[in-house]
Design a protein. Structure first.
Length: 203
């Protein structure tokens, strides 16, 4: 019995130590400057949220955030992605504060009021999950050059747009720490777990 208890305690300690040192990789692009690794951060942007209030990316300084790109009239993967974002919101309601952002790739149709109705449909807690619109060139710049996600207007695609279905996890320094398939339940569960690791790291 003593041997069993000792083995159990050792297993617990090893697991605790593993959890303590666990750290997510940095996936942002980088360059070497004078021998130091300099990572590319998410570029600065200012867009409108679902309440027509300007959202400045400097509000994300020091704050972990999760991002996806979608559009409200999307007949393809967007409904699944938004349902998974909603599920992520519910699974993490007891987590330390972090921000969820959904950018539209169709700003011509997705006005703030349209996004607000969509947010209500998905029971979004607007303090935690915000929807952003604005000039298309600004949205696409931050999406492609900041989060490294593909997106473009494409008349051959259902809904007229082609975009990535990935969710992106970003730390408080603006560095990408994970990519996840926003249409896959297991991958979103992995995001939930990685969020807990990153929030602990940033705390």
């Amino acid at each position: 019995m003593k041997k069993f208890l000792s083995a159990l305690i050792l297993t617990f300690l090893l697991f605790s130590c593993h959890q303590h040192v666990e750290k997510l990789p940095v996936l942002s692009k980088y360059k070497i400057v004078n021998g130091d690794t300099v990572y590319q951060k998410i570029p600065h942007f200012v867009l409108l949220n679902q309440d027509s209030v300007p959202f400045d990316s400097r509000q994300l300084t020091g704050k972990v955030h999760v991002v996806d790109f979608m559009f409200t009239s999307c007949p393809g993967i967007c409904p699944v992605m938004s349902s998974q974002m909603q599920r992520l919101q519910e699974m993490t309601k007891d987590y330390l504060p972090f921000q969820m952002l959904s950018f539209t790739v169709d700003p011509d149709r997705d006005t703030p009021s349209t996004l607000k109705a969509y947010a209500k449909e998905h029971r979004a807690d607007l303090k935690r999950w915000m929807f952003l619109t604005g000039p298309m060139d600004s949205i696409y710049k931050v999406g492609i050059k900041g989060y490294y996600l593909g997106m473009q207007k494409d008349s051959t695609e259902p809904g007229g747009y082609l975009h990535s279905g990935r969710f992106v996890l970003v730390d408080g320094k603006g560095l990408i720490r994970g990519y996840y398939d926003g249409t896959n339940v297991n991958d979103v569960n992995r995001l939930r777990d990685d969020l807990a690791v990153l929030l602990k790291e940033e705390d």
